[in-house]
Write a protein that binds this ligand. Structure first.
Ligand code: SF4
Length: 334
């Protein structure tokens, strides 16, 4: 499977005020050297506690915020090295949907105007063809053409998320970044939305970067999963190996808190993490997880662990797995 997107050592450090008399600049280390690849029609689940850098990752990949360092290659082109008009063209292939559809939909615009807006921005089609496209997309996401004349407040949360989705799909993207797209929905509506996303993936050859803190949702939709902690990817693997045989102590503790729905299977012994997530303004030296890790060793407090491939396509950044082969992040355009 060829790669649709390659993210290479992507970092974002936000400068913050260090105080009136301080000369030293301070930073929030929101995301540090994350790397992954994603193939066509594949879904990568990005999971971690809130504040771990998942949303910063999505916005940096989209170039909505400027990265501190690193590269993103999309369809063989370096996104950050393109001229503005080339970037605009390529960006049509990447769209985003957010958690809060009500906050992202302009309440004064009709559904037709909201959904056709990307076509207007990119000067695509005439009035009649744009109307036709809006109708087509609304039908695709399970709404009706007559909904075009209505306003966002006339819809339920699930329907509003469908409007967002129609708007994201109208440019026929290859990649959708879904940032907590079902977190604000009821459980039954969540399931409908997840099934819709899966069906559209097949029909429109879509890839997804699916961001969530919900491990059940991530398991349902993902082909592979990247676990983030304090701005770093600590483990990345195909979905079944990651859920059945997690390696990183953080992943193990996250998964131990998920109830197993099969009464014949024993629940995992729950591993409750001690302490709070440290501040990204002042992340711990060595392994960033060492202040909470039940397996912490002396070396963990001093040296940052390399990412190693411990099993096929199963990478982990932890000193417990020194025997694994050193994993070199995907070189762009390889
Ligand atoms: Fe724990 Fe050390 Fe592994 Fe970090 S490197 S997760 S502190 S064992």
């Amino acid at each position: 499977m060829s790669n649709l997107i390659e993210v290479y050592k992507l970092s974002k450090h936000f400068p913050v005020s260090a105080g009136l008399f301080s000369r030293k600049k301070k930073y929030v280390y929101a995301m540090d050297e994350i790397s992954f690849t994603l193939g066509e029609k594949e879904t990568l689940g990005l999971v971690g506690e809130s504040g771990c850098g998942k949303s910063t990752a999505s916005r940096t990949i989209l170039n909505l915020i400027t990265p501190t360092s690193g590269q993103v290659w999309f369809q063989g082109q370096n996104l950050f090295a393109l001229k503005p008009y080339e970037k605009r063209k390529l960006r049509q292939g990447i769209q985003i949907i957010f958690q809060d559809p009500f906050g992202s939909l302009n309440p004064r615009l009709t559904v037709k105007r909201i959904v056709e807006e990307p076509l207007l921005t990119h000067k695509i089609g005439d009035r009649a063809s744009r109307r036709q496209e809006v109708e087509k997309m609304l039908t695709k996401v399970g709404l009706l053409p007559e909904h075009m004349k209505r306003f966002p407040h006339e819809f339920s949360g699930g329907q509003r998320q469908r409007i967002m989705l129609a708007r994201a799909l109208i440019l026929k993207p290859k990649l959708i970044i879904a940032d907590e797209p079902v977190s604000a929905l009821d459980v039954s509506v969540q399931a409908q939305m997840l099934n819709l996303l899966k069906r559209l993936q097949e029909e429109m050859d879509l890839s997804y970067i699916f961001i969530s803190h919900d491990l059940g949702v991530i398991r349902h939709v993902s082909h592979k999963v990247a676990v983030m902690y304090l701005g770093e990817i600590v483990e990345i693997a195909p979905v079944d190996p990651l859920y059945n045989e997690p390696l990183h102590p953080y992943t193990i503790s996250l998964l131990s808190s998920v109830p197993v729905p099969d009464p014949k299977k024993k629940n995992r012994t729950r591993k409750i993490l001690q302490g709070d997530v440290p501040s990204p303004r002042n992340p711990p030296a060595g392994c960033r997880f060492h202040t909470r890790c039940p397996d912490c060793m002396d070396i963990c407090t001093r040296e940052k662990p390399d990412t190693r491939q411990v099993k096929k396509n199963h990478m982990v950044a932890c000193h417990l797995y020194q025997d694994g082969e050193l994993w070199v992040p995907p070189l762009p355009n390889q």
